[in-house]
Every structure is written in C-alpha cells, then in structure tokens.
Design a protein around this ligand. Structure first.
Ligand SMILES: O=C(O)CCC(=O)C(=O)O
Length: 286
C-alpha cells in the first residue's frame, strides 16, 4: 500500500455472497425499469430502453439499495473487517453510508481523490472498490493513476480541500493531460466477482467509460473503513446519513439518470417534495 497506493485482493470475497448482492440490487433496478429482465437474464444487467426511475421515490429507492441485507453482508463481511483491523492495527469499522454504483453505458466517474470527500473525521480512512459481478475493462471499472498517492504537492493542496465546503468539482476533465503533468500510468483491470481493490485518500482515480457493446450496466460498490476509535466523518456516520452533503435534499444516484448531467459531475441529485428526481427538459435515457 505504501509503495503503490493500492492493494488488489483478487478473489478475496465469497463469490456467492457478492452475486447475491448483485441480484438483490438488480431486482431493484429492474423494478424501476433501468434494466430489462424480461428479455434478458436479470443477472446480465442489460439496460432497458426506457427508465421510470424518475417516477419513484428516489429517497426510498436509494436507501433500499444501501440497506439491502445481501449488499450489507458484502460490505460488512467479517473477512473484510478483520482484514482492516489487521491492516490498521485495531478494531476497524465501516462508514454507515455506502456508495453502490450502477453505471449505464456511456457513463463514467470523473477524476478525483477521496481525501476532499471523506476525511473530516480522520485521514486514516481507506476506500474499498468492490465489483458486484465481473467488471471487465469494456464495462468501465475503476482506474487509478499509478503512484499518485506519493505526489506531495497534490496531497497538500487539492488533497486538503473540503469538497462540500468548497463546492469542489472533478480534479480534471482531461485524463491524458493530467497523466502527462503528474506522471504514472492509468491502471485498471478486468475485475472478477470476489475481487476487492483498496486504496487511500490520496490516490487519484476515476473510472473508464462503460462501453459495453451489449449494454451491460456496471455494478460496483465503494465503501470506507477506519479505526473504530478514530473520530468518524459526521456526514456519513451516525443516526442520520440521509443527506450527507446538507442543503436541499439529494440522493446518491450517479450517472445521467436525471438528465442534463452530461459530465456526470452531479452524483448527488436533487429530489422534489415527494422524493422524486427533479426532472429537467433533457431528462431520459438519452
Ligand atoms: O466506481 C467508480 O466509478 C468510482 C469509484 C470511486 O470513485 C471510489 O471508489 O472512490
């Protein structure tokens, strides 16, 4: 971890448990019409032509994704918590909030470090990226900028900022330009069910585009772990984690789902008084 900025634990988690989480989440995306489980096996996560996710209570929908028992069994797997307890040298805990991601074709996550988003409690906090099913590179998994965690200038500038207080956007919109200026290679992999990628708050990362030619959605989870004795980031921990960034109510639903979100900057989407995603004229799949 110190040398490379990440640990890639291939086949670490129980495959059946991860597939159960995939199934649980896909049922919910099928219910809101995001995937076509009528003409295709649900576990293939083939995107449907029309979504009606904007018709439902998105607060309840996204909370049900995070609260699902099979998903919880993956992110709180004793093996994972024990690993972190050993890694951190004391009892570890997961953040109460979790970030399950459903990425449609054409979508990606912009370039950032986690530091500005999750370190109000402690900087000794570690992210875990878990593919919920196989995620080959064509389906747009995470990618990391090699050894970027060692860049002191980045760590001491951007890395010390607070995304909410400073309304921070992506670190860069230009992966090639950023790579030229910071050095290192962009690294990714054909991730398999059971794999886990761990990294710290200073590692530059984003995702590849989901370019699935057969319209497979990409499903994954990012979750955070820390020493139980360290102060928690209050936004994502405690009795109420329903609106971590404060202000008008938003839900974590990355991608284009609410339209007019071409750069996918807005992973947290505004909802109306009924909890429905606020519609824009550009709303829809395309
Ligand atoms: O899954 C992704 O697209 C991005 C994941 C990420 O940004 C993270 O794990 O911090």
């Amino acid at each position: 971890m110190a040398d490379e900025g990440y640990l890639y634990l291939a086949g670490f988690l129980d495959e059946a448990a991860v597939l159960a989480a995939r199934e649980e989440i896909l049922y919910k995306f099928a219910i809101v019409g995001e995937i076509d489980s009528v003409n295709h096996p649900m576990m293939d996560a083939v995107l449907a032509d029309e979504t009606y996710v904007h018709e439902v209570n998105a607060i309840a929908f996204t909370e049900s994704l995070r609260a699902g028992i099979a998903y919880t069994n993956v992110v709180l797997a004793p093996k994972l918590i024990e690993f972190f307890s050993g890694f951190l040298g004391g009892p570890a805990r997961a953040f109460d909030f979790r970030w399950p991601r459903f990425m449609r074709t054409g979508e990606f996550t912009g370039i950032h470090c986690d530091g500005p988003y999750i370190t109000r409690g402690t900087r000794n906090v570690w992210s875990t990226w878990i593919p919920l099913g196989d995620v080959p590179m064509i389906n747009g998994p995470i990618m990391i900028l090699e050894r970027s965690h060692r860049l002191e200038t980045l760590r001491d500038t951007y890395g010390r900022r607070d995304a909410d207080r400073e309304n921070l956007g992506w670190l860069s919109e230009d992966p090639i330009g950023l790579q030229r200026s910071l050095g290192g290679r962009w690294l990714s992999a054909d991730f398999k069910v059971g794999d886990v990628l761990l990294f710290g708050p200073d590692l530059v990362h984003s995702s590849l585009d989901n370019n699935s030619p057969v319209r497979h959605a990409r499903l994954s989870s990012d979750t955070r772990y820390q020493l139980a004795s360290d102060p928690p980031d209050e936004r994502y921990n405690g009795a109420d984690t329903s609106n971590p960034h404060g202000g008008p109510r938003r839900v974590f639903l990355p991608g284009k789902a609410a339209g007019n979100n071409e750069d996918f900057q807005d992973e947290w989407k505004l909802v109306d008084k009924d909890g429905r995603l606020r519609r824009t004229p550009a709303f829809g799949r395309d």
